[in-house]
Design a binder for this molecule. Structure first.
Ligand code: PFF
Length: 448
């Protein structure tokens, strides 16, 4: 502890919690279904561009603010830009975290249902059509998805009340390596499926004619969502970093590992989609309909299926915890609430909105705002609008308004290596020009 605030205790812990926040449903559930809707290879290529050209510099921007101030999003801006309007980034972040955690918990709830189904062997249903109908019946049952959403949020609650070091760090240290391992096993298996080459072609061979404003916006939104970027999550987490943490190294490692997991998920899903004659553009249900048929083909299918959904459930937990932590740190430090009260409030809001999102696949399916169900609306507004706007403001703030000496001190960490100095120069250049111009251009392109 320093200044009475918790800190992550080991080097591995720092990377594991940050990657733990980034890696989750965004990589394994959202990336394949978004890539499936938006044309595969072209989407992946655009996504890679946004991750490394905008994502890494904006991660650094959040890290600089977080570690320099050691505070939650709102207080952080009060410290670095007192009396200025930049604090609006904190509010955008709070709103985005509330929206994301609400629909995210629904999908995390689906993973719990699938853990249960794995143990009951999907009641012997393994055909693609059968699994399809099963998912639809489950989603339309209303009470079941709502119940799992609430249960998932209760699990979240139990970890959150125990605090940062004990809960989050320990879990991430074990979980992340295990998740990589199981993904690699499944990816190798998917490569042996009959239409593996078609699946890989879909994912890796870009068809540029598929690029539309919606695809570009989607690829940018996916980069922000998947990196937990633009809403102050990484400001909050880096406020727990010690002075020893190398910020640039952690930023590159987070972006690299996160992207690797998304690509692995694609390598698992698309060969299966084509081998089992499914539609890549099936939307949010894609992974839940395709994966059980993959497992059914493996020896010991029940074990693999259960192991996978348990890991996915845990990976979702490390992500929702980081979202709740944004709100809890804010309630505690800005509203003087105790950790327990702040946690209660954050989880309660998520439960109310989360149940609304869960029901959008059933009885609230006809409640549409701007043509979207509550679930889709929350996802669209947060990923494609709030996070990029947050990233835009963050890059402008750090690029143009924050003292250069703070940036250099935080990023260099006392090193005087020449290439590291050059890298800092490159990151500042991206924050000043490339990131804001690209984000603005994507929005303008979207309006055309
Ligand atoms: N990055 C997480 C994922 O890919 O599943 C989702 C996420 C976590 C978004 C934390 C935002 C956040 F603050």
């Amino acid at each position: 502890m320093e200044n009475g605030r918790a800190q992550f205790s080991t080097k591995l812990g720092v990377v594991a919690v940050t990657v733990g926040s980034a890696v989750g449903l965004g990589n394994i559930w959202r990336f394949p279904f978004e890539a499936g809707i938006h044309g595969g290879g072209a989407f992946l290529l655009l996504n890679l561009f946004f991750v490394f050209v905008i994502g890494v510099p904006v991660i650094c921007a959040e890290f600089i603010i977080g570690r320099h101030t050691g505070s939650n999003v709102r207080t952080a801006f009060r410290k670095v830009a007192p009396g200025k309007a930049w604090g609006v980034v904190g509010f955008i972040g709070l709103l985005a975290s509330i929206l994301i955690i609400s629909f995210y918990s629904v999908v995390a709830g689906w993973t719990m249902e699938y853990i249960y189904q794995s143990f009951t062997g999907f009641s012997g249903v393994h055909s693609v059509e059968g699994l399809h109908d099963r998912f639809d019946a489950f989603a339309a049952s209303n009470w079941r998805p709502a119940m799992w959403t609430v249960l998932f949020l209760l699990c979240n609650y139990v970890i959150l009340v125990r605090g940062v070091e004990k809960g989050i760090e320990k879990m991430s240290n074990i979980l992340m390596p295990l998740l990589f391992l199981i993904l690699i096993i499944f990816a190798v298996h998917s490569l042996t499926l009959p239409a593996a080459s078609e699946g890989l072609e879909f994912l890796f061979n870009p068809d540029f004619s598929k690029i539309t404003p919606r695809v570009v916006l989607g690829a940018m939104g996916q980069a922000f969502f998947s990196l937990s970027l633009g809403l102050g999550c990484l400001i909050t987490y880096s406020s727990y970093f010690t002075r020893k943490t190398g910020l640039m190294k952690t930023a590159f490692l987070t972006a690299g590992l996160d992207t690797l997991v998304a690509v692995l998920a694609g390598v698992i899903i698309f060969p299966a989609v084509f081998s089992f004659g499914q539609e890549p553009a099936a939307g949010p249900k894609l992974v839940f309909e395709v994966l059980p048929s993959v497992f059914a083909n493996l020896p010991g299918s029940m074990f693999w299926s259960a192991a996978f959904f348990v890991l996915l459930f845990l990976a979702s937990l490390t992500s929702t915890i980081s979202m709740s932590e944004i709100q809890i740190a804010y309630f505690m430090e800005e509203r003087n609430m105790r950790r327990s009260g702040a946690t209660n409030l954050s989880v309660l809001i998520a439960m109310v909105l989360g149940v609304g999102c869960a029901l959008s696949f059933g009885c609230l399916g006809n409640l549409k705002i701007g043509g979207m169900t509550l679930f889709n609306l929350f996802d669209y507004v947060s990923s494609n609008i709030l996070l990029p706007v947050g990233g835009f403001l963050l890059s402008l703030f750090v690029g143009w308004s924050l003292k250069r000496s703070i940036i250099v001190k935080e990023l260099l960490n006392g090193s005087d290596s020449r290439w590291q100095r050059r890298l800092v120069g490159g990151i500042v250049f991206c924050l000043r020009f490339i990131a804001p111009v690209c984000i603005l251009a994507v929005f303008v392109y979207g309006l055309l």
